[in-house]
Design a protein around this ligand. Structure first.
Ligand code: SAH
Length: 240
């Protein structure tokens, strides 16, 4: 019976293939390739194994509109409606790594968008509070996060410039839209020893991603990467 091994091997493959819908398998394969090609590969260098595991686990295709789903794992940002975008996978991984997420952390995100970044953080920290200024995006992200069982993420529609004082202080704050200057309320809502990752600069112009750390009440900041984000908008009539 020298055919036995290949036969059962092929039968096994056949049965395994039948258990997982073809599309899901394609997405899983694309996601695994994304890790190697876009995150750990040459010129990229994401190293944090917890961050890589989170990027491997979160189904990015579930957070993008149907018409761009086939591009979900491409090396670029994608439109999510209302003129907004979901960031490129590398940027999500880079910002998450810079944030140094710890299992007991309470994290604030400004700019929920699709909810993808919040889902990546969900498995790495205790709680994620996330604010989105476009109400319909906030609602959709909230529904998607529920549907996919990310139960430690709390979404609010509103102006993230002001932070979320009721839940402050935060161990870490991640901002995924670009203000012209670092919003003072966010600095105030950062815990002693806390980290903030935030892109700063004009729309369409030179923006830098800054890493801030608060020690002894003093904030140290350094630019870590040139980036391009959608602008942080303000609710009408808002003053600084
Ligand atoms: N983190 C998102 C990508 C966000 S794109 C993701 O993983 O999909 C930036 C988002 O910031 C947009 O959805 C935009 O509407 C939102 N935004 C802009 N200004 C804001 C503000 N002041 N407060 C909260 N969200 C804001």
């Amino acid at each position: 019976m020298h055919h036995a091994v290949p036969f059962y091997f092929l039968l096994g493959l056949f049965l395994a293939a039948g258990c997982v819908p073809e599309k899901d398998r394609d997405h899983t394969n694309a996601r695994h390739r994304m890790l190697h090609d876009q995150l750990t590969g040459p010129g990229r260098g994401i190293k944090d194994t917890r961050v890589l595991a989170a990027m491997r686990a979160v189904p990015r295709h579930e957070f993008v509109p149907e018409d761009v789903r086939f591009s979900a794992y491409d090396d670029r940002p994608l439109p999510i409606g209302h003129g907004q975008t979901i960031s490129q996978p590398f940027i999500v991984a880079f910002m998450t790594e810079q944030l140094k997420p710890q299992p007991m952390d309470k994290v604030l995100e400004i700019g929920t968008g699709s909810g993808y970044q919040a889902a990546v953080l969900s498995g790495l920290v205790k709680e994620v509070f996330t604010i989105e200024i476009v109400e319909s995006l906030a609602k959709r992200a909230d529904a998607d996060l529920h549907r996919l069982s990310y139960t430690n993420v709390f979404v609010k529609a509103g102006d993230g410039y002001k932070g979320w004082p009721e839940h402050a202080p935060f161990d870490a704050i991640i901002v995924t839209c670009a203000p012209d200057q670092i919003p003072q309320p966010l600095v105030e809502q950062l815990k002693e020893g806390g980290r903030m990752v935030i892109p700063v600069g004009p729309e369409g112009g030179v923006q830098e991603l800054y890493l801030l750390e608060k020690h002894g009440g003093v904030v140290k900041q350094r630019a870590v990467l040139p980036v391009r984000f959608v602008p942080m908008t303000r609710e009408s009539g808002a003053k600084h």
